[in-house]
Design a protein around this ligand. Structure first.
Ligand code: GLN
Length: 412
């Protein structure tokens, strides 16, 4: 095999999902990978079923996406941009946000080019950047000083802008932003985004802004592309129907940005997977056309915030500090106080990893709740910063969240 795959550790999603499936505590409450425990709303599901009956919806779509979906996305986002987004030149549909990001790196990265990402990072960025030969330059997000002892706000994770500026070299081609952030739950403030954007303008750096959780924010949310025309000219915004419509298995995503960037991303996408899933693109188009009138976006925020707040009560009860998210559906919890039995029989692939993998394994086996070990979102050098934490996804039915709380109370 090629080095780009042979050197890879098993991915954290498979490790946790396989452990959850094999746990003696069935049915397990799987709060690991961020998939929804419930279906997309009826108006979107109905649209998908209808699309399957249409001959044209079961065949190839144009490489850049179905015109109806591109238009629906352009219409939905134009108000945020304060101008009309051109659906034909400024939007391209991808097979999930992940393939969209891979296409963006394939479009702009030559071997040796540098890409700045903030640490912790969503793990998939790493291989997506390295596949075209990119070199990753990490800039830390600093956790709140008292984060390990007291519940804090995800807002208190900070960027040191001098550190960011020092990370920029003549080889810096792109920077990856993620807001709302996975796994921290931080929503970058307008001021932070302005500073990042200005640095990118000054140094001519392409901004890949991963905004897949853009409909789930609990504090004011700013889209970096909207901050100035100069920033917009450098920004590709990443979106996800999986996250927006509770359908992570549909693999419908998109990229928005100026024509001079989007045309190259589309070219890469065409050669990677040609086009994306037709019937589900059609269903997502209906989703965007109807969401506002259905009150869906407001409901989505209210529902998820309710789940988040109710679930986190269990950490308050247990006296375990967490980072209160400003957006998205993940919460990082500090498990420093949870003691692991000394002679616990961890399997080798867990025993060889940091303490958070052991915590995750132990909870899956003994408590019946699965969560993600977040050292996976750090470089080896900095993994120690996350080894007492677990990440829980709260996008589950209310009854399941209650069950999880009951089981977790056993940690007392
Ligand atoms: N975004 C999802 C999460 O963080 C995982 C997606 C994936 O498994 N690649 O849970």
């Amino acid at each position: 095999p090629a080095a780009r795959v042979s050197g890879q550790k098993q991915d954290v999603w498979t490790i946790v999902n396989e452990a959850a499936a094999a746990s003696p505590k069935q049915p397990i409450v799987n709060m690991g990978q961020g998939f929804f425990g419930y279906n997309p709303p009826k108006f979107i599901l109905d649209a998908a079923k209808e699309a399957l009956d249409r001959v044209d919806c079961n065949q190839y779509s144009p490489t850049k996406g179905r015109p109806r979906l591109k238009k629906a996305i352009a219409d939905a986002y134009s108000p945020f941009w304060g101008r009309k987004i051109n659906p034909d030149t400024e939007v391209t549909i991808t097979t999930g946000a992940n393939e969209g990001m891979l296409s963006a790196f394939m479009a702009f990265i030559e071997p040796g080019d540098e890409v700045i990402i903030f640490e912790p990072f969503f793990d998939q960025y790493i291989s997506n950047i390295e596949m075209p030969g990119g070199k990753i330059v990490y800039v830390p997000m600093h956790p709140p000083a008292t984060g390990a002892t007291k519940t804090s706000s995800a807002a208190d994770w900070t960027i040191d802008f001098d550190e960011l500026e020092r990370a920029i070299t003549p080889k810096t081609k792109m920077i990856v932003l993620n807001t709302p952030h996975n796994p921290v739950g931080k929503v970058f403030s307008k001021d932070e985004l302005q500073k990042i954007g200005d640095l990118c303008v000054k140094n001519n750096i392409i901004i890949l802004s991963d905004e897949v959780y853009d409909r789930l924010f609990y504090v004011p949310f700013t889209r970096i592309s909207t901050l100035s025309p100069e920033i917009e000219q450098l920004t590709i915004t990443v979106g996800s129907a999986g996250k927006n419509f509770y359908a992570t298995g549909w693999r419908v995503g998109w990229l928005m940005g100026p024509e001079h960037l989007i045309k190259y991303v589309s070219a890469a996408h065409t050669r990677i997977c040609y086009s994306s899933v037709s019937p589900l693109q059609e269903a997502c188009a209906v989703g965007f056309e109807k969401a506002e009138a259905e009150g869906f976006w407001d409901d989505a925020i209210r529902d998820m915030k309710g789940k988040m707040d109710r679930f986190n009560e269990v950490w308050d009860e247990l006296g375990l500090p967490y980072s209160e998210p400003e957006g998205g559906y993940f919460v990082l919890v500090n498990m420093n106080k949870v003691q692991l039995p000394e002679d616990y029989p961890f399997p080798p692939h867990v025993a060889s990893r940091p303490r958070d993998f052991k915590l995750s394994w132990f909870l899956i086996q003994e408590v019946g709740v699965a969560a993600i070990p977040p050292t996976e979102f750090y470089t080896d050098e900095n993994a120690h910063m996350a080894e007492d934490y677990l990440r829980f996804a709260v996008c589950k039915e209310d009854s399941i969240l209650e069950e999880a709380k009951n089981r977790l109370r056993g940690l007392k």
